[in-house]
Design a protein around this ligand. Structure first.
Ligand code: TA6
Length: 286
């Protein structure tokens, strides 16, 4: 485990464990890379990502918190909340069996309460790096009244070609198509990608599998404490309109986001906590 200075002077931890390798920035507590030892990168990271304190890293696992997408009433506030733009403090970095566990903390400050979100909270984010990657976002309400928030682990998965990728585990689950109308729709088929895709699946089960057929591997996302799953691929035009995406980048990635968004926000009584957990595992396709 090495603490080093990454691009843009951003501090990052480089983990070279017995079972897995990762790069995690304190900016956003952002997992930018992970792979089991001797395996290809599982997370996608844009070659055009900016590494500056006022933007989110493009790729890896941005943490969306405490809101998802544009702020409902304040377009001046950052998309997907402030957590992915904040400097998280490192609580610990230690070896546990063959894995490495990193823990980060983010709390409210006078600035977050004054400008963005008038609540007191404590968030810890635990990253367990090994043959699997386990991410846990644990939030406690430190206010004396109820707190509600949205959250997503906006995971960019690397695929050989999104046009030869299938997502299973969401069949029959209602979803809101953010490119369509507000009413939920559903399909009994596995998801395949033929155009821009931006969907919020509601009441999702714990397991989603991304079959990267061209890359001959499958990534399984197993989750707890999550009521929704977001699927996203920007396709051609949105990629062209996004400065930190390269022209063909849409072919090599798909976002499968472990979330509580879109009516599934978390509500916490004073003093209560909630944990959102996602575990990624990779296997060769038969
Ligand atoms: O998760 C899907 C989404 O909310 C899309 O609507 C899309 O715009 C994407 O996230 C990326 O958002 P960002 O703020 O990182 O550019």
């Amino acid at each position: 485990i090495r603490l080093e200075s990454g691009p843009g002077g951003l501090a990052r931890l480089r983990v070279e464990g017995v079972a897995g390798e990762a790069v995690v920035y304190t900016h956003g507590a952002h997992v930018a890379q992970w792979n089991p030892v001797d395996a290809d990168p599982v997370l996608w990271l844009s070659r055009r990502s900016r590494f500056t304190r006022d933007t989110a890293i493009r790729g890896g696992v941005p943490i969306c918190f405490p809101w998802f997408g544009p702020h409902p009433g304040r377009p001046d506030l950052p998309s997907h909340g402030f957590a992915r733009l904040a400097e998280w403090s490192l609580l610990e970095a230690r070896e546990v069996d063959d894995d490495v566990v990193l823990a980060f903390r983010l709390t409210d400050t006078e600035a977050t309460r004054a400008s963005a979100w008038p609540h007191r909270f404590d968030a810890t984010y635990t990253v367990r790096v090994g043959a699997e990657l386990t991410l846990e976002l644990h939030v406690t309400n430190l206010d004396d009244h109820e707190l509600s928030y949205e959250e997503a682990l906006h995971t960019y998965l690397a695929v050989a070609d999104v046009r030869a990728t299938r997502v299973t585990g969401l069949e029959g689950t209602p979803y809101v198509d953010k490119l369509g109308g507000p009413d939920p729709v559903r399909s009994d088929e596995a998801v395949t990608f033929t155009g821009e895709t931006d969907r919020v699946y509601l009441d999702t089960g714990p397991i989603t599998i991304v079959e990267d057929v061209a890359g001959r591997r499958a990534v399984t996302v197993t989750k707890h404490g999550s009521g929704s799953t977001v699927l996203w691929n920007p396709w051609i035009e949105k990629t062209a309109a996004t400065a930190d995406l390269g022209d063909d980048d849409w072919t090599g990635m798909v976002c499968v986001e472990t979330a509580n968004v879109g009516g599934a926000e978390v509500r916490l009584a004073p003093g209560a906590s909630h944990a959102l957990t996602a575990t990624l595992a990779v296997a060769r396709l038969a």
